[in-house]
Design a protein around this ligand. Structure first.
Ligand code: F6R
Length: 242
């Protein structure tokens, strides 16, 4: 696990975007794994700028997102589909049919999860996975206690996650209690991983991920076992690292 400490969120975001753009330039048909939340927002802005400036194109890229709220329609502004359209997809030339996000309205959830895994498999697997990290150490929505062997599945969100994500909703009781999320095993199958974390609220989770014991109680600690992980953090998020 390589840890890069950037001076601030903007620098971290630029570094992440440069790695992703480099991946796409060297392999235009790359399969990218993408995340939502606050952490990647500026990375996506940088990627959109690289696209506008003619530095990189996404015509042949396929994207799979980590997760989607269960019971939330894609055209709901709180959905992760909406988030991705607003923050990245509509600003670049990725083909709509190449963007994949679990269907939060799926009636047959087990089948939706299975098909999601199959789609990733048919696309050739994920070349580069972008991750954030929860204050409780989750990656995707694999909360503490998650099985390292898990594939895409329906998860119950921790209260801490519900509270943290309430900022995106009008009131905390509107935050969905469940989500469809790629599992730890699905994430670990990516060839390369970049994880972004910024701010003091992430310092403990970053410490446990990088220097703590490998344990399902700290889901991100599994990344210590992945051969190609770059963790990009700002100084605050790195403040507990020894
Ligand atoms: C988002 C996801 C989550 C977030 C994490 C951090 O698709 O899977 O694991 O990456 O909750 O969220 P932010 O970046 O908002 O702090």
């Amino acid at each position: 696990m390589e840890v890069l400490i950037a001076k601030d969120y903007n620098t971290l975001s630029k570094q992440a975007a440069m790695i992703i753009a480099g991946q796409v330039i060297s392999q235009p048909s790359s399969v990218l794994g993408l995340a939502t939340g606050s952490s990647p927002v500026e990375t996506y802005k940088n990627l959109a700028a690289f696209y506008r400036e003619g530095i990189v194109g996404f015509q042949q890229v396929t994207a799979f997102n980590l997760d989607e709220y269960y019971g939330v329609a894609p055209d709901n502004p709180c959905s992760y589909r909406w988030f991705m359209e607003e923050n990245l997809f509509k600003h670049i030339n990725i083909l709509p049919e190449n963007t994949h996000i679990p269907n939060g309205l799926a009636k047959d959830v087990a089948n939706e999860c299975l098909e999601y895994e199959e789609k990733i498999h048919r696309a050739g697997g994920i070349d580069l996975q972008l991750l954030g990290i929860g204050g409780n150490g989750h990656i995707g929505f694999n909360e503490p206690g998650a099985h390292f062997e898990s594939l895409t599945h329906l998860v119950d969100l921790d209260q801490e996650t519900i509270d943290a994500n309430a900022r995106f909703f009008d009131s905390p009781d509107q935050v969905p209690r469940q989500a469809l999320s790629m599992g730890i095993k699905s994430i670990m199958a990516a060839r390369k991983i970049i994880l972004l974390a910024s701010g003091k609220a992430k310092a403990k989770a970053v410490y446990e991920m990088v220097q703590g014991p490998i344990s399902p109680e700290h889901p991100a600690s599994v990344l210590q076992l992945h051969p190609q992980v770059v963790v990009i953090v700002d100084k605050e998020a790195a403040s507990l690292l020894g």
